[in-house]
Design a protein around this ligand. Sequence first.
Ligand code: AMP
Length: 204
Amino acid sequence: MDLPVCHLVHWDDIDRWADALAGKISAAGRSPETIVGLTRGGWVPSRLLADRLGVKHLAALRAQHWGVTATQTGKAEITEKLTSPVDGRSVLVVDDITDTGESLRLAVEHVRATGPRQVESAAFLHITHSKYVPTYYAEEVPKERWAWFIFPWNYWEDIRTLSAKALPEGKDSAGVRQLLLEQAKIAVPEADVRQALAPPANRS
Ligand code: AMP
């Protein structure tokens, strides 16, 4: 059993990336009329950017590519359409990270086909092997430093998946915690591992 190398993202990283991204968009002279957040990773980044850029109109779109933590499900596809029309508007499509870049590329194409005046894209993190490069990104991650980024909005989902994967070898919460440290390179409190391994009905 091999766990992917992970990186725990904290809220101050998120704040820094949101500031950096909003700064780049403003410096480019852009003020989008609508922000489209990709479900689910792009929701919090979209809301934070909307606040910083003073955008009142938010929409959602679901592009799916990755299933459970660090496992690709195959080809990206739009599984939930745009929640509100954007024809004639200037639109910014937002996601948390471009890894293969397939989700954002597909989402931008989908939005463009609905007739907006202009479409640009943004992501907090951009991994250099991504085939699609967002118009704006806060930080570039060299492909040699690929990791599974555990964003605060995905913390429990990721810790649950990783802990369940490590359990047969780790045997108990202390063993799982140790495997998370050695293989995934993340220090997770044992209480969180215990909570992640508890059946839903027993979670506090
Ligand atoms: P992709 O289409 O490969 O660019 O990625 C689609 C979505 O999967 C992203 O918006 C993230 O929510 C998630 N994802 C992909 N790669 C990573 C990663 N290395 N770390 C955390 N989340 C990821």
